[in-house]
Design a protein around this ligand. Structure first.
Ligand SMILES: Nc1nc2c(ncn2[C@@H]2O[C@H](COP(=O)(O)OP(=O)(O)OP(=O)(O)O)[C@@H](O)[C@H]2O)c(=O)[nH]1
Ligand SMILES: [K+]
Ligand SMILES: [Mg+2]
Length: 448
């Protein structure tokens, strides 16, 4: 018999209400002992006084809920206590529950693991739940909810069903070579395989967007020293994150903030000012900062390249501008005239702004938001494959289908179709899951 586990399911720290969950064979006992009453009606909130069953001391008064298994989140008997969310109440509850027979604190993800083991959620739904709990922006929430609601599982199940049907035909043809199967069966199977393959390839093509949406787009702020990079980071983050100073070479480490741009998650990175490595004044720390800055600029999805509009731009920095660059002239508050005209650059846009007066900042934010939206909105396709492991499994299935289409013997075609089915089975966690489970459940917090 498995242990009974308990944990607070709402976040740590002071709160109006904290939800404590307990799941397993002793959940009913815990509920009866703490309330000193028979079990309440299932799934109905009941106000109850909660006591330490040993000392009889009143711990708190709160709502209790009783979810008898298997119709519960974990599939086991499960109870919830909604208590006042103070350290003292939560600690008293945890200590009291820990003294009950067979009850132990839950590991991170333990409740969801039980739900998975009970077949309440498949692996993609578990991942969707983890993503929903981690979601920072509206678009991330939508992607996570769709996966939690079985959006990916259904797609995979449909592919599996179609593959299984072709396989069944093929196996019939192999087992009963003399039977009169409709003559076009093999041809039709082949064209269906091509159709399936094309669908899978479409999903693989947009999968990187799904993965990117979970992690966020990377934007690096680059430019010469003192151009106002850190000032821009602070302005966009609307917080005082990075040190701003008159000294050139203030920023050395890469400083990151998370932003929500029109519902899309973005990691904005401030970097060290770029200047010629041969500069005698450079100390080794600043040189290392510049190395990191260049690496960041190369890896970024987008670059915000910023220059001091009162200065002649450093041509060595300008050469880093490319089609993923938004060029910004900063400090236009100091400028009498327009910023200097430049040779035509392959950049996305050129904007004039002042982090000091705030001029041009809202245009920059709109431009950035549009650019980020455009990166994600590829032909309106909403990616269903959101993790590298989904993509790899479907890629394996496509390779198997390619082999199936070329195989010369029906037996070999059938074997490849079986391999394709197996690869798809990995996505929802039907096969080959053992190594995956620990990795996936580790993502969860305690109490989920
Ligand atoms: N007048 C004016 N000064 C600005 C503006 N933006 C930044 N500054 C000033 O320019 C100086 C450098 O700003 P930072 O934000 O530290 O520049 P940085 O590019 O991060 O500099 P490093 O980290 O040293 O490369 C500071 O004294 C800022 O107050 C602006 O729009 N107008
Ligand atoms: K500076
Ligand atoms: Mg700086």
């Amino acid at each position: 018999m498995s242990d009974t586990i308990f944990a607070p399911s709402s976040g740590a720290g002071r709160a109006g209400v904290t939800v404590m969950r307990i799941s397993g064979p002793h959940a009913a006992l815990a509920l009866e002992r703490l309330t000193g009453r028979p079990l309440p009606e299932p799934r109905r909130a009941t106000l109850a006084a909660l006591y330490d069953p040993e000392s009889g001391e009143l711990l708190d008064r709160g709502l209790v809920l009783w979810f008898p298994g298997p119709a519960s989140f974990t599939g086991e008997d499960l109870a919830e206590f909604q208590v006042h969310g103070s350290r003292a109440v939560v600690d008293a509850m945890l200590q009291t529950l820990a003294r009950l027979p067979g009850c132990a604190p839950a590991e991170p993800g333990a409740f969801t693991r039980r739900a998975f083991d009970a077949g309440k959620l498949d692996l993609t739904e578990v991942e969707g739940l983890a993503d929903l709990i981690a979601a920072e922006t509206a678009v991330q929430r939508r992607q996570a909810l769709r996966q939690l609601d079985g959006g990916l599982s259904e797609r995979i199940a449909d592919w599996q069903a179609r593959l299984a049907r072709h396989l069944a035909y093929l196996e019939a043809a192999i087992d009963f070579p003399d039977e009169e199967l409709p003559s076009n069966v093999e041809l039709e199977a082949l064209s269906n395989i091509f159709g399936l393959r094309a669908e899978m390839a479409q999903h693989i093509a947009v999968a990187p967007l799904g993965e990117r949406l979970r992690e966020g787009l990377e934007i690096a702020i680059v430019g010469p020293p003192n151009a106002g990079k850190s000032s821009l980071l602070n302005a966009l983050a609307q917080r005082d994150v990075a040190i701003v100073a008159e000294t050139a070479g203030t920023t050395r480490d890469v400083i990151e903030v998370r932003l929500d741009l029109g519902g899309y998650p973005v990691t904005l990175a401030d970097t060290a000012g770029l200047r010629a490595a041969g500069d005698a004044a450079l100390d080794p720390v600043e040189m290392e900062g510049i190395r990191r800055s260049r690496a960041r600029a190369e890896a970024a999805d987008l670059k915000l390249m910023i220059f001091d509009a009162t200065d002649v731009p450093d041509p060595a920095v300008l050469t880093l501008a490319d089609a993923d660059t938004l060029l910004c002239w900063n400090k236009i508050d100091l400028l009498q005239d327009l910023p200097p005209t430049l040779p035509r650059l392959p950049t996305l846009a050129t904007l004039a702004l002042s982090t000091k007066s705030g001029a041009g900042l809202s245009e920059l934010v709109s431009r950035l938001t549009e650019t980020v939206e455009a990166r994600f909105a590829v032909a309106g396709a909403a990616p269903l494959l959101t993790r590298a492991r989904h993509r790899r499994a479907v890629e394996d299935a496509v390779l198997a289908l390619d082999r199936a289409a070329e195989a010369e013997l029906p037996e070999l075609t059938a074997e490849d179709l079986r391999l394709a089915l197996r690869a798809l089975g990995r996505v929802a966690g039907q096969v080959d899951v053992e190594d995956l489970l620990d990795v996936i459940f580790r993502e969860f917090c305690i109490g989920k």
